[in-house]
Design a protein. Structure first.
Length: 255
Protein backbone atom coordinates (compact mmCIF):
# COMPACT_ATOMS: atom_id res chain seq x y z
CA UNK A 1 0.00 0.00 0.00
CA UNK A 2 2.85 2.36 0.79
CA UNK A 3 4.33 1.70 -2.64
CA UNK A 4 0.98 2.46 -4.27
CA UNK A 5 0.66 5.80 -2.51
CA UNK A 6 4.25 6.71 -3.29
CA UNK A 7 3.74 5.98 -6.99
CA UNK A 8 0.45 7.90 -7.00
CA UNK A 9 1.99 11.02 -5.47
CA UNK A 10 5.42 11.00 -7.14
CA UNK A 11 5.84 13.06 -10.29
CA UNK A 12 2.52 13.79 -11.95
CA UNK A 13 -0.22 12.45 -9.60
CA UNK A 14 -2.41 9.71 -10.98
CA UNK A 15 -4.32 6.51 -10.16
CA UNK A 16 -2.66 3.24 -9.15
CA UNK A 17 -4.42 -0.12 -9.38
CA UNK A 18 -4.02 -2.32 -6.28
CA UNK A 19 -4.74 -6.00 -6.98
CA UNK A 20 -5.11 -8.11 -3.83
CA UNK A 21 -5.15 -11.87 -4.61
CA UNK A 22 -7.90 -14.00 -3.10
CA UNK A 23 -5.54 -16.15 -0.97
CA UNK A 24 -4.13 -12.99 0.60
CA UNK A 25 -7.63 -11.75 1.39
CA UNK A 26 -8.43 -15.02 3.20
CA UNK A 27 -5.51 -14.83 5.63
CA UNK A 28 -4.83 -12.71 8.69
CA UNK A 29 -1.75 -10.56 8.47
CA UNK A 30 0.14 -8.26 10.80
CA UNK A 31 0.93 -5.11 8.79
CA UNK A 32 4.41 -3.68 8.86
CA UNK A 33 4.55 0.07 8.24
CA UNK A 34 7.74 1.89 7.26
CA UNK A 35 8.76 4.66 9.62
CA UNK A 36 9.04 7.05 6.70
CA UNK A 37 7.36 6.85 3.26
CA UNK A 38 10.70 7.82 1.72
CA UNK A 39 12.15 4.55 3.03
CA UNK A 40 10.03 2.64 0.51
CA UNK A 41 12.19 1.47 -2.38
CA UNK A 42 10.55 0.97 -5.77
CA UNK A 43 12.98 -0.25 -8.45
CA UNK A 44 12.49 1.56 -11.73
CA UNK A 45 10.50 4.47 -10.27
CA UNK A 46 11.87 7.57 -12.03
CA UNK A 47 13.07 10.47 -9.93
CA UNK A 48 11.51 13.89 -10.60
CA UNK A 49 13.33 15.52 -13.55
CA UNK A 50 15.37 18.69 -13.04
CA UNK A 51 16.01 21.01 -15.95
CA UNK A 52 19.34 22.66 -16.58
CA UNK A 53 20.11 26.30 -15.83
CA UNK A 54 20.69 27.00 -19.51
CA UNK A 55 17.00 26.42 -20.27
CA UNK A 56 15.92 28.67 -17.39
CA UNK A 57 18.35 31.42 -18.34
CA UNK A 58 16.77 31.42 -21.80
CA UNK A 59 13.38 32.00 -20.14
CA UNK A 60 14.78 34.99 -18.25
CA UNK A 61 16.18 36.45 -21.48
CA UNK A 62 12.75 36.09 -23.07
CA UNK A 63 11.19 37.92 -20.12
CA UNK A 64 13.67 40.78 -20.49
CA UNK A 65 12.69 41.24 -24.12
CA UNK A 66 8.92 40.84 -23.69
CA UNK A 67 6.48 43.76 -23.60
CA UNK A 68 3.32 41.96 -22.46
CA UNK A 69 4.29 38.70 -20.71
CA UNK A 70 1.81 36.57 -18.78
CA UNK A 71 2.06 33.52 -16.53
CA UNK A 72 -0.50 30.74 -17.01
CA UNK A 73 -0.64 28.20 -14.17
CA UNK A 74 -2.52 24.96 -13.63
CA UNK A 75 -3.01 22.30 -11.00
CA UNK A 76 0.61 21.19 -11.31
CA UNK A 77 1.62 24.10 -9.06
CA UNK A 78 -0.52 22.69 -6.25
CA UNK A 79 0.38 19.03 -6.73
CA UNK A 80 4.03 20.04 -6.96
CA UNK A 81 3.81 22.13 -3.76
CA UNK A 82 5.30 25.05 -5.65
CA UNK A 83 2.99 27.90 -4.59
CA UNK A 84 5.67 29.71 -2.57
CA UNK A 85 8.17 29.52 -5.42
CA UNK A 86 5.51 30.73 -7.87
CA UNK A 87 4.77 33.80 -5.77
CA UNK A 88 8.48 34.57 -5.38
CA UNK A 89 8.98 34.29 -9.15
CA UNK A 90 5.95 36.43 -9.98
CA UNK A 91 7.00 39.15 -7.54
CA UNK A 92 10.60 39.06 -8.78
CA UNK A 93 9.51 39.68 -12.37
CA UNK A 94 6.26 41.63 -11.93
CA UNK A 95 4.44 39.38 -14.44
CA UNK A 96 0.66 38.94 -13.93
CA UNK A 97 -0.64 35.45 -13.14
CA UNK A 98 -3.75 33.81 -14.62
CA UNK A 99 -4.94 30.44 -13.34
CA UNK A 100 -6.99 27.52 -14.59
CA UNK A 101 -9.78 26.11 -12.43
CA UNK A 102 -7.45 23.37 -11.18
CA UNK A 103 -4.81 25.95 -10.28
CA UNK A 104 -7.03 28.17 -8.14
CA UNK A 105 -5.43 28.72 -4.75
CA UNK A 106 -1.87 28.43 -6.02
CA UNK A 107 -1.58 32.22 -6.26
CA UNK A 108 -3.47 34.62 -3.96
CA UNK A 109 -6.52 36.00 -5.77
CA UNK A 110 -6.17 39.33 -3.93
CA UNK A 111 -2.55 39.79 -5.00
CA UNK A 112 -2.01 42.89 -7.22
CA UNK A 113 -0.61 40.65 -9.99
CA UNK A 114 -3.46 38.15 -9.91
CA UNK A 115 -5.72 37.95 -12.96
CA UNK A 116 -7.63 35.18 -11.19
CA UNK A 117 -9.28 32.48 -13.25
CA UNK A 118 -9.35 32.46 -17.01
CA UNK A 119 -10.65 30.27 -19.82
CA UNK A 120 -14.18 29.50 -20.97
CA UNK A 121 -15.70 30.34 -17.58
CA UNK A 122 -13.02 32.75 -16.38
CA UNK A 123 -12.65 36.51 -16.15
CA UNK A 124 -12.37 38.91 -19.03
CA UNK A 125 -9.13 40.33 -17.62
CA UNK A 126 -7.42 36.94 -17.46
CA UNK A 127 -8.45 35.96 -20.99
CA UNK A 128 -7.45 39.33 -22.39
CA UNK A 129 -3.99 39.25 -20.80
CA UNK A 130 -3.18 35.70 -21.91
CA UNK A 131 -4.47 36.00 -25.47
CA UNK A 132 -2.77 39.38 -26.04
CA UNK A 133 0.53 38.36 -24.47
CA UNK A 134 3.76 38.28 -26.45
CA UNK A 135 5.32 35.82 -24.00
CA UNK A 136 3.24 33.14 -22.27
CA UNK A 137 4.95 31.15 -19.51
CA UNK A 138 2.88 28.04 -18.85
CA UNK A 139 3.52 26.06 -15.67
CA UNK A 140 1.89 22.82 -14.59
CA UNK A 141 -0.93 23.11 -17.13
CA UNK A 142 -1.91 21.26 -20.29
CA UNK A 143 -3.71 23.64 -22.70
CA UNK A 144 -7.07 21.85 -22.55
CA UNK A 145 -9.93 23.07 -24.73
CA UNK A 146 -11.72 24.80 -21.84
CA UNK A 147 -8.75 27.13 -21.72
CA UNK A 148 -7.74 27.52 -25.33
CA UNK A 149 -11.04 27.41 -27.20
CA UNK A 150 -9.98 27.36 -30.86
CA UNK A 151 -6.31 26.42 -30.50
CA UNK A 152 -5.19 28.34 -33.58
CA UNK A 153 -6.61 31.56 -32.08
CA UNK A 154 -5.15 31.05 -28.60
CA UNK A 155 -2.34 33.52 -27.84
CA UNK A 156 -1.47 33.67 -31.56
CA UNK A 157 1.36 36.20 -31.18
CA UNK A 158 2.94 34.74 -28.04
CA UNK A 159 6.22 32.93 -27.65
CA UNK A 160 5.23 30.00 -25.44
CA UNK A 161 7.31 28.47 -22.67
CA UNK A 162 5.84 25.25 -21.25
CA UNK A 163 7.31 23.84 -18.04
CA UNK A 164 5.81 20.48 -17.07
CA UNK A 165 6.85 17.30 -15.28
CA UNK A 166 5.04 15.17 -17.86
CA UNK A 167 6.93 15.23 -21.14
CA UNK A 168 3.91 13.81 -23.00
CA UNK A 169 2.04 17.09 -22.47
CA UNK A 170 4.60 19.03 -24.53
CA UNK A 171 3.33 19.84 -28.04
CA UNK A 172 0.18 17.80 -27.30
CA UNK A 173 -2.51 20.47 -27.71
CA UNK A 174 -0.58 23.67 -28.34
CA UNK A 175 2.85 24.14 -29.86
CA UNK A 176 5.42 25.42 -27.35
CA UNK A 177 8.52 27.19 -28.59
CA UNK A 178 10.42 26.28 -25.42
CA UNK A 179 9.24 23.00 -23.82
CA UNK A 180 11.02 22.37 -20.51
CA UNK A 181 10.78 18.97 -18.80
CA UNK A 182 11.18 19.52 -15.07
CA UNK A 183 9.76 19.29 -11.60
CA UNK A 184 7.97 22.63 -11.27
CA UNK A 185 9.07 23.35 -7.70
CA UNK A 186 12.71 22.92 -8.68
CA UNK A 187 12.36 24.97 -11.89
CA UNK A 188 10.66 27.89 -10.13
CA UNK A 189 13.19 27.85 -7.31
CA UNK A 190 16.06 28.04 -9.77
CA UNK A 191 14.32 30.76 -11.81
CA UNK A 192 14.04 32.93 -8.70
CA UNK A 193 17.70 32.36 -7.82
CA UNK A 194 18.91 33.07 -11.34
CA UNK A 195 16.69 36.15 -11.68
CA UNK A 196 18.11 37.66 -8.51
CA UNK A 197 21.66 36.71 -9.44
CA UNK A 198 21.38 38.16 -12.91
CA UNK A 199 19.67 41.37 -11.80
CA UNK A 200 16.57 40.80 -13.93
CA UNK A 201 14.82 44.13 -14.38
CA UNK A 202 11.49 44.29 -12.60
CA UNK A 203 8.65 44.69 -15.07
CA UNK A 204 5.99 46.20 -12.82
CA UNK A 205 5.71 49.47 -14.76
CA UNK A 206 5.26 47.68 -18.07
CA UNK A 207 2.68 45.33 -16.60
CA UNK A 208 0.80 48.17 -14.96
CA UNK A 209 0.63 49.95 -18.29
CA UNK A 210 -0.63 46.80 -20.00
CA UNK A 211 -3.38 46.27 -17.43
CA UNK A 212 -4.51 49.88 -17.34
CA UNK A 213 -4.40 50.77 -21.01
CA UNK A 214 -4.95 47.49 -22.85
CA UNK A 215 -7.43 45.85 -20.52
CA UNK A 216 -9.28 48.68 -18.83
CA UNK A 217 -9.16 51.30 -21.57
CA UNK A 218 -9.71 49.25 -24.72
CA UNK A 219 -11.75 46.45 -23.19
CA UNK A 220 -14.35 48.54 -21.46
CA UNK A 221 -14.78 50.93 -24.35
CA UNK A 222 -16.31 47.90 -26.08
CA UNK A 223 -17.77 45.84 -23.24
CA UNK A 224 -18.53 48.50 -20.65
CA UNK A 225 -22.23 48.86 -21.56
CA UNK A 226 -22.80 45.15 -20.98
CA UNK A 227 -21.81 45.51 -17.36
CA UNK A 228 -23.59 48.79 -16.71
CA UNK A 229 -26.25 47.11 -14.61
CA UNK A 230 -23.76 45.20 -12.53
CA UNK A 231 -21.60 48.22 -11.93
CA UNK A 232 -24.51 50.21 -10.54
CA UNK A 233 -24.94 52.53 -13.50
CA UNK A 234 -21.47 53.98 -13.21
CA UNK A 235 -20.68 56.31 -16.08
CA UNK A 236 -16.94 56.80 -15.92
CA UNK A 237 -14.21 54.15 -16.00
CA UNK A 238 -11.11 55.05 -14.05
CA UNK A 239 -7.76 53.62 -15.05
CA UNK A 240 -6.91 52.83 -11.46
CA UNK A 241 -6.99 49.03 -11.45
CA UNK A 242 -9.38 46.10 -11.30
CA UNK A 243 -11.84 44.52 -8.92
CA UNK A 244 -14.12 41.59 -9.52
CA UNK A 245 -17.92 41.64 -9.59
CA UNK A 246 -20.24 38.70 -9.04
CA UNK A 247 -19.77 37.07 -12.43
CA UNK A 248 -17.60 39.49 -14.37
CA UNK A 249 -14.69 41.83 -13.75
CA UNK A 250 -15.40 45.53 -13.36
CA UNK A 251 -13.13 48.51 -13.50
CA UNK A 252 -12.79 50.74 -10.49
CA UNK A 253 -15.21 53.52 -11.25
CA UNK A 254 -16.72 56.67 -9.88
CA UNK A 255 -20.13 58.30 -10.31
Amino acid sequence: MYKAFKIATTGRPGPVVIDIPKDIQQHEWVPVFPKNPDDVSIPGLPTPPKCGDADLEQVLRLIEGAKQPAIYIGGGILSGDAHKELRAFAEATGIPVASTLMGLGAFPCDHPQSLYWYGMHGTVAGNWAVCKSDLLITMGARFDDRITGAVEKFAPDATIVHIDIDRSEHQKNKFAHYPIHSDIKYALGRLVTLAKKGGLANRRLAIARMRDEAMVGKLFETLGPRYAGRSGGYTRIMKAGFRYGDNAPMALVEL
